[in-house]
Design a protein around this ligand. Sequence first.
Ligand code: NOJ
Ligand code: CA
Length: 696
Amino acid sequence: MRSVITSICIVLCSILQIAAQSVSSPDGQIQLSFSITDLGQPQYSVLYKSNPIIKESKLGFRVKNKKGFDNGMTIVSSDVKSNDTTWIPVWGENDSIRDNYNEMLIHLKNKEANTLINIRFRVYNDGVGFRYEFPVQKAKKLIIADELSEFAMSGDMTAWWIPGDYDTQEYEYTKSRLSEIRMFDNGHMQNVAQTGFSSTGVQTSLMLKTDDGIYLNIHEAALVDFPAMHLNLDDTNFVFKSWLTPNINNDKAEIVTPFSTPWRAIMISDKATDILSSNLILNLNDPCKIIDTSWIKPIKYMGVWWEMITGKSTWSYCDAENFDLATFDYANAIPHGRHGANNENVKHYIDFASENGFDQLLIEGWNIGWEDWFGKEKEFVFDFITPYPDFDIKALNDYAHSKGIRLMMHHETSASLRNYERWIDRAYDLMNEYGYTSVKSGYVGKFQPRGENHYNQNSVNHYLSCITKAAEKKIMVNGHEAVRPTGLCRTYPNLIGNESAMGTEYQNMKPGHVAILPFTRLKGGPMDFTPGIFRMDFSSFAPGNTEHKRATIANQLALYVTMYSPLQMAADMPEHYSEKSDAFQFIKDVPVDWSRSIYLDAEPGEYIVVARKDKNNANWYVGGVTDSNARYYELNCDFLDEDSLYEATLYMDGITAHYDKNPESYIITSFEISNLDIIPVRMAPGGGFAVSIKKK
Ligand code: NOJ
Ligand code: CA
């Protein structure tokens, strides 16, 4: 990654003990103040356009068997500096990103306990971030019992939230007032006793809106060697408190000084579109650590996958009754005949994907063990190197390469860390041997060893070690069920995607789900949402499948633009794309890397409209999605170059289209436009629109 410094200005000063001090955003609209309470506890507050947006909120830690990180502190000194630089992402929504902030670093000491802690605040035009830094001090190893960071909200407000959980983010969002969160069950109350969450525990990124129309988003950035942070709400005073995911013995983290925590981040704006375009999380992450990034490439892919999800075929090779992997002889087994990853089927997909310009083809269920997996919670199942008898790994990779595409590896780790770590070197070496450049890894189920969970310090370290190891072997990683991303893709751009939220494989989601994810989950990094479903009724795929996708085809096309990711799947089966080749044209055309993105209009959970410019040419693509309400939208094309003509192709919902009643109805029209045009569009309930705009 090249980093271009356009300008830099650093001003350092030291100020002795001062009761309260503040730092403002470069545009002066956000002001953060820091002070110490009478008991010597640090606290901060934030003003937005001179109004309190975060009230006085405590900071600090409780450390096991060690006093002095929560109170009794005095300010030793403070430094301020400013930064205005621009960096170039390997892939992204924009081809350059401005990193412009004012910083205040407070050095604190508890003289009696002889402990030191620094708090670094950064204030940007789009929000604030702070992190704790434990300098080298007498106590080397610290066991964090609790983080005391608070986010004291200015009052009751609207939140779009998913419940606290240590193992999954795969929930639909609930929209409610803060005061109403405990009224909703959503199935997480059963976790409350086990986890120590209050019944108002929620996950980040948390989207909020005040009654005055201020949008806020609380998340974290650069989650490294620390547990994921959830938030417990005191719903009398509307104060969120940091709730770190505990490790196996119920402590929160073990750190060795010097140590810096992840950033705690709050995006702030009076425009919903500013939250979508905010780069706060990426900017708070470290620059790219991979020196040669030439092998990291955005990927458009298909997969031998949706047919398993819908029940048409299976991951497994034979029947699973009384199955024992340790003694099973696959070579002489009788296959059940519905195994999806077989040579003939994979070749058929390779042909289709290559003819239609895709980069890669994912194949799941290629390796032995699936018969002995789901629901059994065994610690040692997959070895990640032994193909099923009907999957010729060499021949299929050779065939794919001869057709100009690559196969994408799949590692279902079965959430067994010890087993995956035991095999990972051999698994990645096998990928190198056959020419795989990307892996979809997954962590389904209860973590092994027992008592571990998906979001604690140990797991967070595991995921990152896989990403750095993969980088050494020039492998891109798309992690499913891993901890939700926190912008680490800036530092390690081979982290090309993540799931960590409810994606397309949950077929019955409410239509508004796709209009909240870009405000929440996507703030940490791209999602492998797997859009592009064209056949909405699944009853013909497998007996008893009564599922129905709650979206229109135009909505599915729009997702390639509204749901930013450098890794995009055309998730449906080849035959469904052949049936509707005119609509499929948009998926073939749409790029996966952009030079510019403009969020035109949005409201969390309701609608999003965004225009993006292809990184490799002068063409633009626009996508719009809506919740279960129909909407009219006037697309003002003033973002196009002046004095230029473009050929627009509009993919719109049919007149009677509806996510439930008539999901497959669409209309395609083409016409000439310039930057002076306004295109009227209508989105059906659960629908959307997509436009390709090619320069003439
Ligand atoms: C869950 C993943 O999200 C899904 O995409 C995958 O097919 C299954 N696990 C099997 O690994
Ligand atoms: Ca999943």
